[in-house]
Design a protein around this ligand. Structure first.
Ligand SMILES: Cc1cc2nc3c(=O)[nH]c(=O)nc-3n(C[C@H](O)[C@H](O)[C@H](O)COP(=O)(O)OP(=O)(O)OC[C@H]3O[C@@H](n4cnc5c(N)ncnc54)[C@H](O)[C@@H]3O)c2cc1C
Length: 158
């Protein structure tokens, strides 16, 4: 179990502002956001190790309009990304969800870069269909830098 910025066992009857269940990427981002906003966060993980499937994954993040792509000189726009998602999703396209993703994912990446030891690198991967409307040959895929993900792994034992 972890609390705030340190790790500790919790005691029965403890209280908190936010109780986060699990320690995958989604849970840790929620816990980090709340802790940075000043909330007292209690995080519960059922396994022996933190990280869930996220810690085992390839770590690739597809984030149109991310700052690493822009810094490397690969222009992107919300409109192009929306066009791509609309085209790829077809009848399953959900405008509200797609727009929420495009508005918040780049900010999430910048937040994690600024507030944690994790750094990220731009991958040379293209979109799955770069030739489709709004598709890109490079700039939208990032992953944790090997050096900082190894550091993360060394601290992830619960
Ligand atoms: C080999 C592999 C490679 C992958 N590569 C990629 C990739 O490159 N890019 C990509 O986008 N996706 C990839 N994925 C998918 C991606 O890892 C998952 O979609 C993502 O990690 C899910 O994150 P999450 O935060 O939702 O949950 P998880 O990371 O699964 O975390 C859930 C956590 O909650 C804990 N938990 C569950 N129930 C309870 C409970 N009742 N009490 C307490 N704790 C609980 C679990 O033990 C776990 O730690 C990959 C997956 C695998 C397996």
């Amino acid at each position: 179990m972890g609390r705030g910025r340190g790790l500790s066992a919790s005691a029965p009857g403890e209280t908190c502002d936010l109780f986060v269940i699990g320690s995958g990427a989604g849970a840790l981002c929620a816990a980090l956001t709340a802790a940075e906003a000043g909330l007292d966060v209690l995080l519960l993980e059922k396994e022996r190790y933190f990280g869930g499937a996220s810690a085992r994954s390839g770590g690739g993040l597809w984030i149109p309009g991310n700052s690493l792509g822009a810094e490397a000189g690969h222009p992107d726009s919300r409109e192009e990304a929306l066009t791509y998602l609309r085209h790829e999703a077809g009848a399953l396209f959900d405008s509200d969800r797609a727009e929420a993703f495009l508005d918040n994912a780049p900010a999430m990446l910048d937040f994690v870069r600024a507030e944690t030891v994790l750094n990220f690198v731009l991958l040379s991967n293209s979109d799955y269909h770069p030739h489709h409307p709004g598709g890109k040959a490079i700039g939208r895929s990032v992953m944790p830098a090997r050096s900082t993900s190894a550091l993360w792994a060394s601290t992830s034992r619960a």
